[in-house]
Write a protein that binds this ligand. Structure first.
Ligand SMILES: [Zn+2]
Length: 165
């Protein structure tokens, strides 16, 4: 029997330690939380994506009374970015959350479905997407979605298996 040890690299810093470009993206993600439609959870999430052409696309969670019909901020942002700029790689994605009158002290982490979409965003451009998860007391920086989604499902892996079989 063998074991596979999986490790993830997450850099932890505070707002002052961010690069200027990262601060702008975090600020845009925070601002986007105030435009979220979250009447049910009252948990507003904002995201901001920096594209290779310099454009910043923002989005937020959009809920619905038929609960599964809503969408997370990360996917709202990435889908909109790709719908408007299909040829542009996403360089960085910042995420912030606001609830009960304040931003969270610690970062929130994207759900599994969003991680899968982030992975495809990264694979499509063949470049890492840096993820910045904002918290007032600490910020997590992940240099590639592969650190957040190890052993990910992807069609290339399946094709490889089929070749081997
Ligand atoms: Zn999600």
């Amino acid at each position: 029997m063998k074991y596979l040890k999986i490790t993830a690299k997450v850099r932890i810093c505070n707002y002052e330690e961010l690069l200027f470009e990262e601060k702008i993206l975090v600020d845009r993600a925070k601002a986007a939380t105030f435009r979220a439609y979250a009447p049910y959870s009252k948990f507003n999430v904002g995201a901001a994506a920096l594209l290779a052409n310099g454009e910043v696309i923002t989005g937020n969670n959009q809920e619905n009374v038929a609960f599964p019909s809503g969408l997370c901020a990360e996917r709202t942002t990435l889908f909109y970015a790709h719908s408007q700029y299909p040829g542009e790689a996403v360089r960085t994605l910042a995420v912030a959350a606001y609830t009960e009158g304040d931003f969270l002290d610690r970062p929130i982490s994207p759900c599994g479905a969003c991680r899968q979409v982030m992975l495809e965003t990264e694979m499509r451009s063949n470049q890492p997407v840096k993820i910045i998860l904002y918290g007032k007391k600490e910020i997590f920086i992940i240099e590639s979605i592969k650190d957040l989604l190890p052993l990910a499902f992807d069609s290339v892996a399946i094709q490889d298996e089929k070749i081997i079989l």
